[in-house]
Design a binder for this molecule. Structure first.
Ligand code: SAH
Length: 213
């Protein structure tokens, strides 16, 4: 569980690459500079952790590519103390980035195995989301709604209705939509019934799955 000067150097290079690729939100870049991504991966991937690539994290899932994490985080327009619901905790890396940005993060993971593994990691690294549970993200998290923003980190065939309902007026929902390839989609809630939709090109995610419980 070491974070060395070499890792920090690799993170600085990764951040420069993300800037070249068009990420401009300083808070996002600062958070990526801080979070030791190599500790969210199996140690056999340590040497590759700061490449801009997705990697397997077990249970058939992947840690998102840093560019994707940065792009989604930037679309959220995170402010300190923002209440953010994340669907698909996975490795916990995206959660850690949002926590480092000062957000209050509520995060839900469907796979029990990953939930357990990531809970241990959060404890070790002192990362404290406000809420972390295993459950079905299609339902959102009614208990703590409404949210300033909601982030889905798996490819969704549709926009789950509960997520729209649990968004504050003015809130932002970022969700990759589609089956094989996903279109990064941003919905901004205008009022009780209206949402403004923006699309940002193609990304690839593992699928958002219906609950198996
Ligand atoms: N944010 C993660 C990305 C993990 S990949 C990271 O940075 O590592 C997407 C995750 O979504 C997987 O862990 C998968 O198990 C989870 N997932 C898929 N369907 C889900 C659902 N219905 N509810 C909650 N999580 C789900």
């Amino acid at each position: 569980m070491k974070d060395t000067a070499k890792h920090q150097g690799l993170r600085n290079q990764l951040v420069s690459l993300l800037e070249q690729k068009g990420i401009t939100d300083k808070n996002v870049l600062e958070a990526i500079k801080k979070i030791p991504r190599h500790l969210f991966l199996n140690s056999s991937f340590e040497d590759y952790a700061y490449q801009d690539k997705a990697f397997p994290i077990g249970a058939g899932q992947t840690i998102s590519q840093p560019y994707t994490v940065a792009f989604q985080s930037q679309l959220l327009e995170v402010k300190k103390e923002h209440k953010i619901l994340e669907i698909g905790t996975g490795s916990g890396y995206q959660t850690a980035v949002l926590c480092a940005m000062g957000a209050k993060v509520y995060t839900v993971e469907r796979q029990i195995e990953l939930f357990k593994k990531t809970s241990v990691l959060f404890r070790k690294l002192g990362i404290r989301p406000k809420y972390f549970a295993s459950g079905d993200g299609y339902k959102g998290l009614e208990l703590h709604a409404p949210y300033d923003s909601i982030l889905v980190t798996a490819g969704a065939p549709i926009i789950p209705k509960p997520l729209m309902a649990q968004l504050k007026i003015g809130g932002r929902l970022v969700i990759p939509l589609g089956e094989d390839v996903q279109i990064m989609t941003l919905l901004i809630r205008k009022n009780e019934t209206q949402f403004e939709k923006h699309e940002f090109g193609e990304f690839r995610f593992v699928p958002l799955l219906e609950d198996k419980n």
